[in-house]
Design a binder for this molecule. Structure first.
Ligand SMILES: Nc1ncnc2c1ncn2[C@@H]1O[C@H](COP(=O)(O)OP(=O)(O)O)[C@@H](O)[C@H]1O
Ligand SMILES: [Mg+2]
Length: 264
C-alpha cells in the first residue's frame, strides 16, 4: 500500500544552517536510497535517533516534500504526479504542524471534515466516535490555546482521522505525552491496524517500537540499516533486546563510515 523505492532526499543548506551544522558542504543528505514496502493491516515503525531522517521520509510519503531521487506511492498513486490521490487516502500527524490556537477542537474537526468533502451527518458521527474514544468532549469547545499538551495531541489525532483514512502516517505520535495518554494513542493505532489500516509511525523510543510495531526499520544517518519483525531483528543482530540491537547496528554503521565503506 505504501511503496518507497530508492528514496533519497537532499536538502540545500543556507549559510546559517551550514554554521549550525559545522559544515562547509551546502547540501545535507537526509535520506539515502531508502526502500520500504508497507501493507494494509500492519504498523510499520521507523526507528532512529534525532536527525536520522524519519520526519523527512514521512513528509515525502505525505506529499509535503518531493524526493530528490526515487519514488514513493500510496495505494498506487505517485506522491509527485498524483499527489491529490495520495492526500485523499492519508491521515498525517506531525509535531511541526500545530492546530490553530484560536479555534476549538469541535470547530476544527468540522472544518477538516468539510475540507475532505464529508457531509454533516458523517462529520458528526466521526466526531462523536473520536471525541468519545479520546475523551475530547469535555474540552471540545475550549480554544486550542487553553489546552494542555496531551489535550492538544488528542485533538490533533482526532482531526487527522476525521475522514477515516486507509493510510495513517504519524510522526512521533506519543512525543510529549504522559504514559496514560500515550497508551490511549498506541491502543488506538492497534485498533486501526486490526481494522486493516496501513500505518507508519516514526519513533525514537525503543519500547514503543518493540510493543507497537509489527515491523521495524532501523534508520541511521538516513540509511535503513536493518528491517524486520522484532524476533527477526534480534536474530539477525544476535541480541536479545531492541536497544542492544540498535547499538550493535549503530557501532557497525559508524565503523563502516570511518573505513570509507558503503556509505562513503
Ligand atoms: N528543511 C531542512 N533544511 C536543511 N536540513 C534539514 C531540513 N530538515 C531536516 N534537515 C536535516 O536532515 C536530517 C534529517 O532530519 P529529520 O528528517 O527531521 O530527522 P528525524 O525526524 O529522524 O529527527 C537532519 O540532519 C536535519 O538537520
Ligand atoms: Mg523527526
Amino acid at each position: 500500500m505504501i511503496e518507497i523505492q530508492h528514496l533519497t532526499k537532499v536538502y540545500k543548506l543556507n549559510k546559517k544552517q551550514m554554521l549550525e551544522q559545522k559544515t562547509k558542504d551546502n547540501t545535507k543528505v537526509a535520506v539515502r536510497d531508502l526502500s520500504v514496502s508497507i501493507q494494509p493491516g500492519e504498523i510499520y515503525g521507523l526507528l532512529g535517533p534525532n536527525g536520522a531522517g524519519k520526519t523527512t521520509t514521512l513528509r515525502c510519503i505525505a506529499t509535503l516534500l518531493k524526493p530528490t531521487e526515487g519514488e514513493v506511492s500510496v495505494g498506487g498513486c505517485d506522491t509527485v504526479h498524483e499527489s491529490a490521490g495520495v492526500r485523499r487516502q492519508i491521515g498525517f500527524l506531525t509535531n511541526d504542524i500545530k492546530l490553530d490556537p484560536q479555534f476549538t477542537p469541535a470547530y476544527l474537526i468540522r472544518f477538516f471534515g468539510q475540507l475532505h468533502g464529508m457531509n454533516d451527518a458523517d462529520i458528526e458521527r466521526r466526531k462523536n466516535d473520536l471525541f468519545t474514544y479520546f475523551g475530547i468532549h469535555e474540552f471540545a469547545d475550549k480554544k486550542v490555546d487553553e489546552l494542555s499538551t496531551g489535550m492538544k495531541q488528542k485533538a490533533a489525532i482526532a482531526v487527522s482521522l476525521v475522514h477515516d483514512p486507509e493510510v495513517i502516517i504519524f510522526d512521533e505520535p506519543t512525543s510529549g505525552l504522559d504514559i496514560i495518554t500515550a497508551r490511549g494513542v498506541t491502543d488506538y493505532l492497534k485498533h486501526l491496524r486490526d481494522q486493516g489500516k496501513c500505518i507508519v509511525i516514526s519513533t525514537h523510543i525503543m519500547s514503543e517500537a518493540e510493543k507497537l510495531c509489527d515491523r521495524i526499520g532501523i534508520i541511521i544517518d538516513g540509511s535503513k540499516v536493518c528491517e524486520g519483525t522484532l524476533p527477526e531483528i534480534l536474530a539477525s543482530t544476535g541480541t536479545d533486546d531492541l536497544e542492544d540491537a540498535f547499538f550493535r547496528l549503530y557501532s557497525e554503521h559508524h565503523v563502516e563510515e570511518m573505513m570509507g565503506g558503503v556509505h562513503a
